[in-house]
Design a protein around this ligand. Structure first.
Ligand code: ADP
Ligand code: MG
Ligand code: MG
Length: 249
C-alpha cells in the first residue's frame, strides 16, 4: 500500500529525514518509535504532504502511484489520514458538520454526489455507537474547550467516519492520559481490517499494550535504524534507546 524508498526530506535546505525505507501492506499495523527530535513527526507530515517540507531525494508511492506531487487534500482523498497533533478550534462548526463536509469533499473529488442525509445520519450513529461516543458530543463546537480525551475522541470519530486506507496517528509524548490512550487504541482496533493499514507513532510503549503492532521501527537522526516485532517495543521500554546507538557505532 505505502512504499517509501530512500526518502530524504527537510526544511530550509536541511534534511531531517535521511534515507527512510518503509513498506506498509494492507492489514498491517506499524509502530514508529524513537527519541525526541528524531524525525517521527516529520515523516508523518511528509507522507501526508505538508507543504513546509521538501523532498530532496527518494519517493513515496501509495497503491503503486507516486504521490510526491500531490497536495495534502489530494492525499486525504486517496485515503491517507493523519491525526492532528494540534487541532484547531472552529466555534460554530459541530463535530458532525465538520465530518459531513469532509466526507462530501472526498466524494466530490471522486466525482460522486453528496452522501444522502439519511445515509450520513445512519453512518454517524453507527460509528458513534461503535466508539461509545455520546450523541451530545457530536453537536459540540469543534475542539472548543475539548479535554485531551475529547480531542482524541473527535479524531478517532473522524477516522472511523472517513474509513481511511492508511491512518497515521502521531501521538505526542505529553498530555495523553490513560483514558485518552484507550480511546485511541479502541478506535484503531475497531478500524483495523485486512484492507487498511495503521502507522502509530509513539514515544509510549504503553500505547502498544493496547494496539498490538505487527512491526516496530526505531527512527534515529532521520533514519530507521532498527525494525522488529512488538518485542522490540518492550526492549525499548526496558532499556531505552542508548543500546541501539551503541550498536550503530
Ligand atoms: P520527533 O517527532 O521525532 O520528535 P520531529 O520530526 O518533530 O521529531 O523533528 C525532527 C527534527 O527536525 C528536529 O531537530 C526538529 O527541530 C526539526 N524540525 C521539525 N519541524 C521543523 C520545522 N518546522 N522547522 C525547523 N525544524 C524542524
Ligand atoms: Mg517531538
Ligand atoms: Mg513528534
Amino acid at each position: 500500500m505505502l512504499k517509501i524508498k530512500d526518502l530524504y526530506a527537510g526544511i530550509e535546505g536541511k534534511d531531517i529525514l535521511q534515507g527512510i525505507n518503509l513498506e506498509v501492506k494492507a492489514g498491517e499495523v506499524h509502530a514508529i518509535m524513537g527519541p525526541n527530535g528524531s524525525g517521527k513527526s516529520t515523516l508523518a507530515s511528509v507522507v501526508a504532504g505538508k507543504e513546509e517540507f521538501e523532498v530532496t531525494r527518494g519517493y513515496i508511492t501509495f497503491d503503486n502511484e507516486d504521490i510526491s506531487e500531490l497536495d495534502p487534500e489530494e492525499r486525504a482523498h486517496k485515503g491517507i489520514f493523519l491525526s492532528f497533533q494540534y487541532p484547531v478550534e472552529i466555534p460554530g462548526v459541530s463535530v458532525t458538520n465538520f465530518i459531513k463536509t469532509a466526507i462530501n469533499e472526498t466524494r466530490k473529488s471522486k466525482g460522486q454526489k453528496d452522501m444522502p442525509a439519511s445515509e450520513m445520519l445512519k453512518m454517524i450513529k453507527e460509528k458513534a455507537d461503535m466508539l461509545e461516543i455520546d450523541r451530545k458530543f457530536l453537536s459540540r463546537s469543534l475542539n472548543e474547550g475539548f479535554s485531551g480525551g475529547e480531542k482524541k475522541r473527535n479524531e478517532v470519530f473522524q477516522m472511523a467516519m472517513l474509513e481511511p486506507k492508511l491512518a497515521i496517528l502521531d501521538e505526542t509524548d505529553s498530555g495523553l492520559d490513560i483514558d485518552a490512550l484507550k480511546v485511541v487504541a479502541n478506535g484503531v482496533n475497531k478500524l483495523k481490517s485486512e484492507d487498511n493499514a495503521v502507522i502509530v507513532i509513539t514515544h509510549y510503549q504503553r500505547l502498544l499494550d493496547y494496539i498490538i503492532p505487527d512491526f516496530v521501527h526505531v527512527i534515529m537522526n532521520g533514519k530507521i535504524v532498527k525494525s522488529g516485532t512488538k518485542e522490540l517495543a518492550y526492549e525499548l521500554e526496558e532499556k531505552g534507546y542508548d543500546w541501539i546507538k551503541e550498536e550503530l557505532v
